[in-house]
Design a protein around this ligand. Structure first.
Ligand code: PEP
Ligand code: MG
Length: 571
């Protein structure tokens, strides 16, 4: 038996979980490794052969199209892929693995391709070494075709699955959400990534950036400790028992909310604070309404938009958004238009955080943007709707967005669709450029949302999804405090409302700083809602203003944090 081992990582979502590792193989084609019963093997081999056949047909079709349109040279590339599918060393070896080791096809593909990749990497000839790309491609195709069949599904996961992988995309985590997934542990990533935010909203304990997890195999027992930032690999029976007891105590505490739902978000000296909820998928809106949240300050629509792996049609979007508005029971819902880019690295590792994100993506893909806007407007008759544009960096961006919005409204009128013509349009302040020029944008918008997650990343030049620099990400940095103060000062005379919806609003000390700097509307995840309400009810605004004055004079983030913590927790 293996010795208990501690693997260090970074907490992405609190809580603890004891369970069995289920490795995801490839971040884009998530698959699981399973042991099969001997009577399941024959069917599994057929499943694999089906995927080989399907891949061959696709490649042949591609080849004949290429021959027609681009001449014979390019079709030779496909020959290389077809040859891999005929290679006995590859296909037969996979079947042999399934049969002798009683494992599912995905696992067998992974093992055989890993061996071949290593052989390629050892080759001296650079050209031949580069051919590993063909193998890589065919592996993806086979996996994809295996997955387009009903098997394997999360229904095959054990009831205490801990997803382990290099990285697990947020949409995958969302798709797989179920009673079966109790924890998440990834080799890369940071607590600021969308996967981490998703884990928090699903209340799944999660550790990210734990590179030593690479050695963990499916079936290994793990404990995810989202308090200490560790994963315990092969824990002793004693350790497991300790954690299970702790889990029971934690559940008892959770049942007793410390602040009642109906208690107003008001400071000790009677200053009213607006407190909204951030949601990442439509189903959360019911929980938000049940928890008495005043409004939805941020609905990150991209997760639902790309949920099925393909674009939804307009009618289903209208139905989904209408349901969200009806479920909100009259509370305003802020729909942020899709923000793609974050947490997505292209295959060559280029960082999308600095590329085509948010509104930039929408302006380059106006058919997607217009479809979403049309759907939002059409749904707007069902409840107070707000449209929020992410990743804006100039007045020109805004002009371009308004032109598309105008076009959409004209289309809706021409098609005689009903919609609310007064839907407020807002802008995320989450780039340094927007922070510096928000006053210039004020006459073009109805409201602002301050996205501190991105603002801090771009201000401090710290990639929020890169674990190696996460220690440099600090909301108490004087540069951030000055930036926030500037935004507050620039926006005050405009009279335009601003809600802070980044994670800075969800942590009591940094949220207290925001209040002291004059931000009186916050929006946080459901998991943080009652803790922030409790903080608001326990502080005095006049003291927070004095505190803000003090920290603006300080030089070091650590000193600021210590002073704020002492004030908030009254130590
Ligand atoms: C932000 O950047 O602060 C924000 C709320 O948006 P997201 O985390 O989705 O980038
Ligand atoms: Mg953002």
């Amino acid at each position: 038996m293996r010795e208990e081992r501690i693997i260090h990582g970074v907490v992405a979502s609190v809580g603890t979980a004891v369970g069995k590792a289920v490795r995801t193989f490839d971040p884009l084609f998530v698959s699981f490794n399973f042991k099969l019963r001997p009577d399941q093997v024959r069917k599994e081999v057929e499943r694999f052969r089906g995927s080989v056949e399907k891949s061959r047909e696709q490649l042949k079709r591609m080849q004949s199209e290429l021959r027609k349109n681009s001449g014979p040279e390019s079709s030779f590339l496909i020959d290389a892929h077809l040859l891999v599918l005929q290679d006995r060393l590859f296909v037969d070896r996979i079947i042999e693995k399934v049969e002798t080791d009683c494992i599912n096809s995905e696992w067998a593909i992974q093992q055989v391709s890993d061996e071949l990749f290593q052989a390629y990497d050892r080759l001296n000839d650079e050209y031949l070494r580069e051919r590993r790309g063909d193998l890589d491609d065919i592996v993806r195709r086979l996996l994809h075709n295996l997955q387009s069949k009903p098997l394997p599904s999360f229904k095959k996961l054990p009831y205490d699955a801990i997803l382990v992988g290099k990285l697990v995309p947020p949409s995958t985590l969302f798709e797989l959400r179920s009673q079966r997934i109790v924890g998440l542990a990834t080799e890369t990533g940071s607590p600021l990534s969308h996967t981490a935010i998703m884990a928090r909203s699903l209340e799944i304990p999660a550790i990210v950036g734990a590179s030593e997890l690479a050695e963990v195999a499916s079936g290994d027992v793990l404990i995810v400790d989202g308090e200490r930032g560790i994963v315990i690999w092969s824990p002793s029976d004693e350790t497991v028992a300790q954690y299970k007891n702790r889990d029971r105590d934690g559940k008892k505490l959770k049942k007793k909310p410390a602040t009642s739902i109906s208690a107003p978000s008001i400071t000790e000296d009677s200053v009213q604070i607006s407190l909204g909820a951030n949601i990442n998928f439509s189903e959360e809106v019911r929980a938000a309404a049940a928890q008495g949240c005043e409004f939805i300050g941020l609905y990150r629509t991209e997760f639902d938009f790309f949920r099925e792996g393909k674009q939804p049609d307009e009618e289903s979007l209208v139905a989904d958004y209408s349901l969200v508005l009806k479920s909100a029971k009259g509370s305003p819902v802020t729909f942020r238009t899709i923000d793609v880019g974050i947490d997505q690295k292209s295959w060559d590792g280029v960082n999308m955080n600095l590329g085509v994100r948010g509104l930039r993506f929408c302006l380059e893909n106006t058919d997607i943007f217009k479809k979403q806007l049309r759907s939002l407007y059409r749904a707007s008759v069902h409840g107070p709707t707000r449209i929020l544009l992410p990743f804006v960096s100039s007045v020109d961006d805004l002009d371009a967005a308004h032109a598309v919005i105008e076009e959409v409204r004209r289309e809706l009128q021409a098609r005689r669709h009903r919609y609310d013509p007064n839907v407020p349009i807002g802008v995320m302040i989450e780039t340094p450029a927007a922070a510096q020029t928000c006053d210039l944008m004020a006459s073009l918008v109805d409201f602002f949302c301050l996205g501190t997650n991105d603002l801090i990343q771009y201000y401090l030049v710290v990639d929020r999804s890169d674990q190696s620099v996460v220690h440099l990400y600090n909301p108490f940095h004087p540069a951030i405090l000055r930036c926030l103060q500037q935004v507050s000062t620039l926006l005050r005379p405009t009279g335009k409302p601003v809600t802070v919806c980044g994670e800075m609003a969800a942590d009591p000390p940094s949220a207290a700083v925001l209040l002291g700097l004059g931000f009186t509307s916050l929006s946080v995840s459901l998991a943080a809602y009652s803790r922030i309400k409790r903080m608001i009810r326990s502080v005095s605004m006049s003291q927070l203003k004095d505190l803000a004055g003090e920290i603006m004079k300080m030089h070091k983030p650590k000193e600021v944090e210590e002073m704020v913590r002492a004030a908030v927790y009254r130590t």
